[in-house]
Design a protein around this ligand. Structure first.
Ligand code: GDP
Ligand code: ZN
Length: 297
C-alpha cells in the first residue's frame, strides 16, 4: 500500500473525499478507529496522509498542521474568505459584514468584500461601503452576476487560491460562483443530486476545483455566528482600532464606558467609521446575551 498526501474536499456519509495532485478523481477515505477515539476531527481543506488500496479507497493516518481554521463554516487552510453581500434585496448590512470579516480576521484568513447585484444598487451605497472598508485594507469588488459586470476582476483575484464564499442567503453567492466559472456550479449540482439534497441544505462545506484553486460551496449560517466568542476577541477583530489605543487612559480599555478613550475620540473625529464602532458595540452586546443565556442553562 502506497502512502499518499492530499486535501480533504468534503465529508459525506462517513467518507472523506481526498484530492491528490495528478489524480483526476478524489480518493474516498475512512478514518482509523484509533484516531476517532482521540477526538480527532477533520475539516474540509485539511491536508492528510493516507494509505490507499488498488480500488482507490484509503485509510487516513495523519492530519498535517493547519495554516488556519475557520469554525463557521468549518474549514481549514483557506487562502481567502469572500464575504458576499447584495447591494439590495437583501439590503447590505454593515453589522453582518463586520461579523463575517471579524471571524475571518480572528482566524487569520485574508478577506475581501463582494457587493453583488450592483445593477440594483441604490445611489451612493457602493461609495459608502468603499469609504468604510478600503481605508482599513479590505478590497471591495462590485459585481453583477446578472449582467456580468465586475466578474472578470473577481475571477482574477480568486484564481489559484482556495476561496470560501460566505454571506446571507439570497445575496447571489451561487449566481456569482456560476458567473465566475459555470463548470464549478455544474459540479455542485451534480454532487447535490447524487447525495439527494438541494444545494441550499448542504451541511458540510465542500471544495470545488476551479482554475488550479478551489471554491468552497459553504452551508448557510444561522444566528449563532458569535457563539463562543469572548469580548476581547470582538475587539481584536477590528483591525483599525489598535493604533488609537495609545490614547486610552485605561489599559485594557473596552472603548465603551471608560473616560479618555483614544478609540472613541477617533470615532468622534471620523478616523474610525461610525458604522464599525456601532458594529463593535452590537457584537459586545450579542456576546453578553449569549453568555447570559449559557449561564442560565
Ligand atoms: P445565494 O442564496 O446567495 O446562493 O443566492 P442565489 O445565487 O440563489 O441568488 C438569489 C437571487 O438573486 C436569485 O433570484 C438570483 O437570480 C438573484 N441574483 C443573483 N445575482 C444577481 C445580480 O447580480 N443582480 C440581480 N438583479 N439579481 C441577482
Ligand atoms: Zn479606549
Amino acid at each position: 500500500m502506497a502512502e499518499l498526501q492530499g486535501r480533504v474536499l468534503k465529508n459525506y456519509n462517513g467518507y472523506y473525499y481526498v484530492q491528490v495532485d495528478g489524480h483526476t478523481e478524489p480518493f474516498t477515505c475512512k478514518v482509523k478507529g484509533k484516531m476517532k477515539q482521540n477526538r480527532f476531527s477533520l475539516a474540509t481543506g485539511d491536508m492528510v496522509t493516507f494509505e490507499a488500496n488498488e480500488k482507490g479507497e484509503g485509510m487516513i493516518k495523519k492530519v498535517l498542521a493547519r495554516k488556519n481554521f475557520l469554525l463557521r463554516p468549518t474549514m481549514a487552510n483557506l487562502d481567502l474568505f469572500v464575504a458576499t453581500f447584495a447591494c439590495a434585496a437583501p439590503d447590505f448590512s454593515f453589522l453582518l459584514a463586520d461579523k463575517l470579516l471579524a471571524l475571518a480576521e480572528l482566524a487569520k484568513i485574508p478577506a475581501i468584500l463582494v457587493l453583488n447585484k450592483v445593477d440594483t444598487a441604490p445611489a451612493g451605497l457602493v461609495e459608502q461601503v468603499r469609504s468604510v472598508y478600503e481605508p482599513i485594507g479590505y478590497e471591495v469588488f462590485t459585481v453583477s452576476a446578472k449582467t456580468g459586470s465586475g466578474v472578470d476582476a473577481l475571477r482574477a483575484r480568486l484564481r489559484g487560491r482556495i476561496c470560501a464564499f460566505g454571506g446571507p442567503s439570497g445575496v447571489g453567492k451561487s449566481s456569482t460562483i456560476n458567473a465566475i466559472d459555470s463548470s464549478v456550479e455544474l459540479r455542485t449540482g451534480a454532487v447535490s443530486e447524487k447525495i439527494g439534497r438541494g444545494k441550499h441544505t448542504t451541511r458540510f462545506a465542500q471544495l470545488l476545483p476551479f482554475d488550479e484553486g478551489y471554491i468552497a460551496d459553504t452551508p448557510g449560517f444561522g444566528n449563532l455566528l458569535l457563539e463562543g466568542l469572548e469580548p476581547q476577541q470582538a475587539l481584536a477583530s477590528f483591525r483599525e482600532f489598535a493604533v488609537y489605543e495609545d490614547g486610552c487612559r485605561f489599559c485594557p480599555c473596552t472603548h465603551t464606558h471608560e473616560p479618555v478613550c483614544g478609540v472613541k475620540e477617533a470615532v468622534a473625529a471620523g478616523q474610525i467609521a461610525a458604522s464599525r464602532y456601532e458594529s463593535y458595540l452590537a457584537m459586545l452586546e450579542e456576546i453578553r446575551l449569549i453568555k447570559e443565556k449559557e449561564g442560565r442553562k
